[in-house]
Write a protein that binds this ligand. Structure first.
Ligand code: SME
Length: 164
């Protein structure tokens, strides 16, 4: 079984992402079930970045977002489009970086320890909403432009090479 192995001496965020993506391309497999690939991805992200307290997918059933594979504390199971950070990222089809969740209007608190968040929309090749990838941290301002760039690259790979 292939594993995620990010040596501790790699301290640069960008280098960690580059190595993670290289290994994800070996681990994720379009012949595996969608849930298996999404589960592998959440586990790989949680294992790689200690700043992540919760990571998971909310998938779109044409009506609402529902909880998919995740790593971390129990979480809310459904989110309306347009509600919370996830529902807003889904409706706007834009990545949202939240340095302080208390300052995001309508933030949905699943874990009272969560202090910052990044949510990325996952859009299929025909511009349909598939869901969102949600990452939380128990520290303020944990996610930045580098996270956005590389997490968007991971979501693009997921859509173009794995989910189709
Ligand atoms: N904070 C998210 C809800 C999901 S929990 O963080 C897992 C939101 O505001 O949409």
């Amino acid at each position: 079984m292939k594993e995620i192995d990010i040596p501790e001496d790699i301290t640069s965020l960008e280098e960690k992402y580059k190595l993670l993506i290289k290994q994800l391309k070996e681990l994720l497999n379009r012949n595996d079930h969608e849930l298996s690939n999404l589960s592998i991805l959440t586990s790989a992200l949680k294992q790689t970045f200690s700043k992540i307290s919760w990571v998971g997918f909310y998938l779109y059933d044409k009506e609402k977002l529902f909880l998919g594979p995740f790593q971390g504390k129990v979480a809310c199971t459904t989110i309306e489009i347009g509600k919370g950070v996830c529902g807003t990222a889904a409706s706007k089809k834009e990545t949202i970086v939240v340095p302080d969740v208390a300052k995001f209007p309508g933030h949905i608190t699943c874990d009272s320890d969560s202090k910052s968040e990044i949510v990325l929309p996952i859009i299929s090749k025909d511009d349909e909403l598939f869901g969102v990838l949600d990452l939380d941290s128990s520290e303020y301002n944990s996610f930045n432009e580098t996270d956005k760039i590389y997490l968007e690259e991971i979501c693009k790979f997921l859509v173009e090479e794995i989910l189709t």
